[in-house]
Design a protein around this ligand. Structure first.
Ligand SMILES: *Cc1c(COP(=O)(O)O)cnc(C)c1O
Length: 219
């Protein structure tokens, strides 16, 4: 199987999971996670029709995406890793979606950069559903207030919520919690599910899944 076969297989598993869950066909988007793979490894996937990609480091993304984006108009790049405020300017320049807003300082830095650069990104709040100390994300209990703060005093729209469940736990309850928080926040996008659990995430209402190794191979 080459990378295009694996991409097709992931797309067909997404369509099957939507059908199984009784959801509309095409209601789940695919973010192809290309971290650690270079531009030459990514190009065939772009040529195969994939338009939405995810990277977890700003600096790494800067080494490949300016060229890839200029070759192919219409690519959408998501930041799915932690953002430091000193990288906010670079992140706003390069990315189209930031999925990892998780504290006031970052929300304010991104808001200021979007105003300065006159660029409007789509923003998600990352929720640490497992309350893991080593993991980024806002605590579930603080999510509703944080989304209100973003929309109010900070003045940015929050489009969705994102989570990464603990690696050693059944992900279902974490996906269910994220969906419940999203409805309380009146947010309608849910970024959840990776190579090992994206079909489960679709059952729980994921509107996008972030799939890396099942497409690009092991890192
Ligand atoms: C790496 C990564 C993924 C993709 O993980 P795979 O298991 O390779 O599909 C998804 N989300 C985040 C936040 C990641 O860092």
């Amino acid at each position: 199987m080459d990378v295009i076969d694996r991409l097709s297989e992931v797309l067909s598993r997404i369509r099957d999971a939507e059908r199984y869950a009784g959801r509309a066909e095409g209601s789940t988007g695919l973010v192809a996670v290309s971290k650690t793979f270079d531009a030459d490894a990514i190009r065939p996937v772009v040529a195969g029709g994939q338009r939405v990609f995810g990277e977890n480091r700003v600096q790494e993304a800067q080494t490949k995406w300016p060229a890839l984006k200029s070759e192919t108009p219409g690519l959408e790049l998501h930041l799915i890793g932690p953002l430091q405020s000193n990288k906010a300017a670079d992140a706003v320049t390069l990315f189209d979606v930031i999925e990892t807003i998780d504290r006031e300082k970052i929300a304010r830095a991104v808001a200021e950069e979007m105003r300065k650069q006159q660029r409007l990104l789509k923003l998600y709040v990352q929720v640490n559903t497992g309350l893991e100390p080593q993991k980024a994300g806002i605590a579930p209990a603080d999510t509703v207030d944080f989304v209100s703060l973003c929309r109010g005093a900070i003045g940015i729209e929050i489009e969705g919520l994102m989570c990464i469940p603990p690696a050693d736990e059944n992900p279902g309850p974490h996906f269910a919690l994220l969906a419940k928080l999203a409805s309380r926040c009146a947010v309608d996008r849910l970024s959840m599910g990776m190579s090992g659990d994206f079909t489960t995430a679709i059952e729980f209402g994921a509107t996008s899944v972030r799939v890396g190794s099942a497409i690009f191979g092991t890192r």
